[in-house]
Design a protein around this ligand. Sequence first.
Ligand SMILES: Cc1cc2nc3c(=O)[nH]c(=O)nc-3n(C[C@H](O)[C@H](O)[C@H](O)COP(=O)(O)O)c2cc1C
Length: 350
Amino acid sequence: MAVTAITPTPAQLLTDYDGWTVQAPMVRYSKLPFRQLVGEYNTHITYTPMMVANEFSRSEYARASDFSTSLSERAVFSLRRRRRGGVGVSGRHAFDSLSDSSAYEQHTTPVRGCLIAQFAANEPVSFSQSAELIAPYVDAIDLNTGCPTAWAYEEGIGSALLRKPEIVADIIRTTYDRLGGALPVTVKIRIDKEEKRTEQLIRNAVMAGVSVIGIHGRYRTQASTTAANMEGIHLAQSFSDVPTIANGDAWSLDHALAIRDKTHCEGVMSARGILSNPAMFAGYKDTPMECVDKFTHLAIAYGLPFHLFHRHIAYMLESRMTKKQRLSWHTLHSTPAALDWMEEFRREGV
Ligand SMILES: Cc1cc2nc3c(=O)[nH]c(=O)nc-3n(C[C@H](O)[C@H](O)[C@H](O)COP(=O)(O)O)c2cc1C
């Protein structure tokens, strides 16, 4: 008899089960084939790329080009349920139990992973409209308050919201009310140089009903080449009464476990690490060829545009390509040529 998987919210996955690995939102890259791929390699929560709520809510064309999903996108994991008793007043678990396997029941349960749709917005109407439109297909809607690009900042979206806690709270509350709480609202932030600002932002979001907070351990002005600030993430999570996800410099499963220990966040999110090795949360040190093959299959099946397929494979194989192979890869302009190249790459014995 087929067993039906439990379908938790992201907050439940993070607090009630040992579901904690997260693929970060990535413009251009975290589309359907990639999300499904990482789900096959032990990634419990996935995010869409950032979409612009103003466009998504108004245009059928934007919706069709920005978002697609499929019934098989979310993987089912065998997860252990956390034992009752370790939950604090707020509903979060005492940290001591996070890495401690006795905190979990021994047997596992089939649990479906979660998909979160991320949007940029600077007001509640377009965000809550987008939430309503996308609700049947996702497990939560996320507000991006971290995008540092100049155009986003000028539009008052992304990291422009980091110091506007009232707008963030208004967006969360309006969306919560509009959907009667049916779709959890999450938020992804960056830490602020002024700790008080981070505290204000988080406390406002929690008061407004946010269900999970992703914390990127870099300031708005810091590039990804700056090491992520684990103490900053730890401090930020201490302001939160809801589950948190640490983000920054997770390049392997071991890194991610260390980050969870250092920051006390329930989850750990990876962007560049999982882009270069989609199998990282399953413990692989490099992208296995079998993962490259699976991605190729998914990209073709879902019709991923060639230029994105080409970039993804470059990220996955970069560390293993010789200079000559790298140069020849960048001359390719079609899927058949890329498939031939990959066949040759395999024959050359990697
Ligand atoms: C190619 C790329 C695209 C990104 N797009 C988004 C996005 O759409 N939304 C977002 O919140 N962050 C985006 N980010 C930031 C990441 O989600 C993440 O916060 C950042 O890269 C730090 O994580 P890392 O150190 O694991 O790379 C992007 C990062 C990269 C590398």
